[in-house]
Each structure stands twice: as structure tokens, then as C-alpha cells.
Design a protein around this ligand. Structure first.
Ligand code: FAD
Length: 376
């Protein structure tokens, strides 16, 4: 039987970031995954590193994490396929322009510079956009990465720092300090971090993380025709439990010259197949902003399941009942952006040091309550 200080279950971008963070702080860490690093939804998404501000706490976590991404990318930018494309939030009417102005203000308060653009300025800096748009905002410091490459690099770094990995074997069950692997092996640890994405509920059924399906498509190579990640101001998280399909144009220029097209959200759909009707709707919304897309060739489409929660916030912290089990899950559509911030906050809580940001909005106890005798 093998024993570790910490076993992290899940080598997606979240678990890999947590494992490296804890190992660097002197813990003996094992990272376990049923597949391999970055094979989960981390391989499916867009990798947009974006300061989102739907709530103050969302922006707190983004800012904490984006500062860490800056440090990471200054060393590993090439490996991460980093593109400093910025975000161009597109406003189609005056109501969205007002929303854009509020976002400029909120980001500026955090030192994340953003500028409001008129319709004419928007057309000048991104000529492929449809003419006649109201305007928008440009966030220069947002960027894009290739997330599975980062997860792989972090897993390799963990080993280089003295940690260990075990891939290709599923964790079947966890207890307070131990776990059973499908390989038959039993592992023990002082602490267990569950960072299993949508797989959390198979290990901890009381943790309400559910899949929120997204479709993506990628074009052939059209270099030089799109400079920014173009996102509709209508982009955001749908209400939990909504079966309605929410679609908002989100188009990312890849370093290869390809255009990566998202973004839609769908709850209550368990199968991963591409739905041609949803794909068509996704493409129509992107073409509505970028008409030249209609003449481009789509070479591949796929789906990914975002690990979502009812209140739209990730779950980061100690399990209220299983005291040595910790959670880092439920990051929905923002887990790449917030991976390093999540790792830092989790380490703060595990080490009992002052938290870098208020952990309360992320606490698992908003979903599960400790039994009364445990609270005394
Ligand atoms: C369409 C789409 C677009 C997106 N775009 C963006 C974006 O632009 N920017 C952004 O920040 N985020 C984006 N995201 C969200 C982002 O991809 C996720 O929030 C993030 O990847 C979640 O990472 P994770 O490590 O929690 O999950 P995962 O990557 O799914 O990792 C979980 C891992 O746990 C393993 N696992 C599960 N159960 C077990 C078990 N029992 N035993 C062992 N291993 C197990 C799995 O094999 C997997 O490797 C997008 C997502 C989608 C679907």
C-alpha cells in the first residue's frame, strides 16, 4: 500500500495545477487520472484566458489566477501555444454598449485595462466584423492558450519536483484517507483533493456538479483574417437547470490561422454527440458577427461537458463532512482561466494560511452541511 501527503484525483487543468502547487509547498503529492493529463473537458474547450466580471467574486478569482498565468506564460508561453489576442467584446445595440461601459469601468478598477470602442473603431481594428455594430470593448491583456498542453506540462513538472503520477486507472471509491483504484490497488493519503471535473459525483454523490454541454467547430487555415478573440456581449452562463439552448458568438483566432468557434450551453443533455441543429445555430450566431465565416470550410466539430454548479461558482475547499477530502471542481466555462487561482486558494485553505481572496463564495458548505455535532 502506497502512502502520500496528498492525492489529487483528476489531471485536468484544475487537478494538475493543484498538484504542482501543493508539491511546491513541500507536500508529497500523487496525481491520479483514469485517462491521462488534460484528457477530460480540458481538451475540449477554447482556452480563452478572460477576465469575467458577472460577479465581484468571479472577478476576484479571475484576477488572482490571471496574475499567475502571466508568470507561467513568461516561462512556458511557447509550450502553451499562447496567443496574446485580447478580447473584443462586441455590442450590437445601445443596451449592450451600456453593459460594455460598465465592464470597462470594473476591469479598470482592477488594473486590467480595457477600452470602449465606437462602431467605427471596432470596424477599423477588426475589419472582418459585420458593419453597423454599435461598438464594443477591447481587453488587451486577455489571451488564449492550448489547455491540454498546459495540463501535460504541469503533470511532468510535478514529477520533476519529486511528486508522482498514476494514469490510466480510475478511482472507484474514496474514504476519508484512502481510495480504491480500478487496478485493485489501495492508496492512502493524509489529504485527498477531488478535482475530477464532471466525474466528481461518481465519487461524491452529494456534490452537485452537473454537465453543461457545449459545441465547438474549427475552420481550415485562414491566416491574418482575425486578430482578436471576438465575443458577443450576450455571452455568459445560463441559469442552472435551463434546458433551453443558449448561444453566443465566440470566435478565437488560433496560431495556425484557424478559427475556433463557440459558444453554446445546454443542460440536461447527457450524450456527447454533435447535434447538427445545435451546430448550425452556433455557426449562424458566429456568421451574424463575422459574415466571411460563411465562405470558410469547417474541418471538425466536437462537444465538451462543462462541470457546472447551480450557482455558477466552482467548489473550492474542505468537504464539510469528510474532513480530509478537499474539492476543486465545478469550474463550468472558466476553469482554464481560474486554474492557478483555484490552486492557490486551495493551498491557502489546506495550509491554514490567510486566504488570497475571500473563500466563502466557493465553499463546499453552500451545498453540503456539516452534521450539527461536527459544528459544535
Ligand atoms: C465548449 C467549452 C469551451 C470552454 N472554453 C473555455 C475558455 O475559453 N476558457 C476557460 O477558462 N474555460 C473554458 N472552458 C471550461 C474549461 O474547459 C473547464 O472549466 C476546465 O477544463 C475544467 O477542468 P477540470 O480539470 O475541472 O476538468 P477535466 O479536464 O474534465 O479533468 C477532470 C479529470 O478527472 C479525471 N477523472 C474523473 N473521474 C475520475 C475518477 N473516478 N478516477 C480518476 N480520474 C478521474 C478525468 O479523466 C479528467 O482527466 C470551456 C469548456 C467547454 C466545454
Amino acid at each position: 500500500m502506497n502512502s502520500f501527503d496528498v492525492i489529487v484525483i483528476g489531471a485536468g487543468i484544475i487537478g494538475a495545477a493543484c498538484a504542482v502547487e501543493l508539491q511546491a509547498l513541500g507536500r508529497k503529492v500523487l496525481l491520479v487520472d483514469a485517462l491521462h493529463p488534460g484528457a477530460g473537458v480540458t481538451a475540449a474547450g477554447m482556452g480563452h484566458l478572460v477576465a469575467l466580471d458577472e460577479t465581484d467574486d468571479e472577478l476576484d478569482l479571475c484576477m488572482l489566477s490571471l496574475a499567475r498565468w502571466d508568470a507561467y506564460l513568461s516561462r512556458k508561453g511557447g509550450l502553451a501555444e499562447h496567443a496574446q489576442c485580447g478580447t473584443l467584446w462586441v455590442a450590437e445595440d445601445e443596451a449592450q454598449m451600456a453593459q460594455a461601459a460598465r465592464r470597462v469601468h470594473r476591469l479598470a478598477q482592477r488594473g486590467w485595462s480595457a477600452s470602449l470602442l465606437s462602431g467605427a473603431e471596432l470596424a477599423r481594428i477588426e475589419p472582418s466584423l459585420r458593419k453597423g455594430l454599435a461598438g464594443g470593448l477591447r481587453v488587451e491583456r486577455d489571451s488564449a492558450v492550448y489547455p491540454p498542453a498546459v495540463a501535460r506540462e504541469l503533470a511532468a513538472r510535478l514529477v520533476a519536483q519529486g511528486g508522482a503520477t498514476r494514469f490510466g486507472t480510475q478511482v472507484l471509491r474514496i474514504g476519508a484517507h484512502d481510495m480504491q483504484l480500478a487496478s485493485g490497488e489501495r492508496l492512502t493519503a493524509a489529504d485527498i483533493v477531488v478535482a475530477a471535473g464532471t466525474g466528481v459525483t461518481s465519487l461524491l454523490p452529494d456534490i452537485p456538479v452537473f454537465p453543461r454541454k457545449g459545441h465547438l467547430a474549427i475552420t481550415d487555415r485562414y491566416p491574418g483574417r482575425l486578430a482578436h478573440q471576438v465575443v458577443s456581449m450576450g455571452y455568459g452562463q445560463t441559469e442552472a437547470g435551463s434546458d433551453a439552448l443558449a448561444v453566443a458568438a465566440n470566435v478565437q483566432p488560433r496560431a495556425t490561422g484557424q478559427w475556433l468557434i463557440g459558444s453554446c450551453r445546454q443542460d440536461g443533455v447527457a450524450h456527447a454527440e454533435v447535434d447538427p441543429r445545435v451546430l448550425a445555430q452556433l455557426l449562424r450566431s458566429a456568421i451574424a458577427l463575422l459574415p466571411c465565416l460563411a465562405g470558410m470550410t469547417i474541418i471538425r466539430s466536437w462537444t465538451g461537458m462543462r462541470p457546472a454548479t447551480r450557482d455558477g461558482r466552482p467548489i473550492i475547499g474542505r468537504h464539510p463532512v469528510l474532513g480530509h477530502v478537499w474539492l476543486a471542481a465545478g469550474h463550468e466555462g472558466l476553469g482554464v482561466t481560474t486554474a492557478f487561482g483555484t490552486a492557490q486558494l486551495l493551498a491557502d485553505l489546506m495550509l491554514g494560511r490567510p486566504a488570497s481572496i475571500d473563500p466563502t463564495p466557493y465553499s463546499p458548505s453552500r451545498f453540503i452541511h456539516a452534521p450539527a455535532h461536527a459544528q459544535a
